[in-house]
Design a protein. Structure first.
Length: 140
């Protein structure tokens, strides 16, 4: 999968208005463009979607919505991919940030040193895992 295919998926997924905003934000954030976010994103299973990085426009919306509003909360990123969302929100005062990614090939990108960030390599559709995760963090 190449960059053009990623943008085709984005246009289909978000519509033309938001697609233009996404392209605009990707361009103005070119200074922090991480090319490796866009490489090695081919499907590793025919039943799953490829890993496509969250656009910077969406990260801006997330950051604006959560900025300092959820102190001592737990943030869970299901399908965290290479950790772009986690990198964006880790400056907020979350008690715990949890990333869940099924693709083991992406583990090398998920090397967060912060003690409040935990990455799990598991399937979000596995209810046993979800129940264990819930039970682990429900009473913290």
């Amino acid at each position: 999968m190449n960059l053009l295919e990623i943008f085709k998926i984005g246009k289909k997924q978000y519509g033309i208005y938001y697609f233009v905003k996404i392209i605009f934000y990707e361009l103005i954030n070119l200074y922090r463009f991480r090319y490796y976010d866009y490489i090695n994103i081919s499907k590793f299973s025919s039943s799953l979607e490829p890993c496509v990085p969250t656009p910077y426009y969406i990260l801006k919306i997330i950051d604006d919505k959560i900025k300092y509003k959820f102190d001592n909360s737990i943030f869970i990123d299901f399908g965290c991919g290479k950790g772009r969302v986690i990198s964006c929100i880790k400056k907020n005062n979350f008690k715990k940030i949890i990333g869940v990614e099924i693709n083991k090939d992406l583990n090398k990108f998920l090397n967060f040193k912060e003690i409040n960030i935990s990455i799990y390599n598991n399937d979000c559709g596995d209810m046993n895992f979800i129940n264990k995760l819930r039970d682990q963090f429900l009473h913290e």
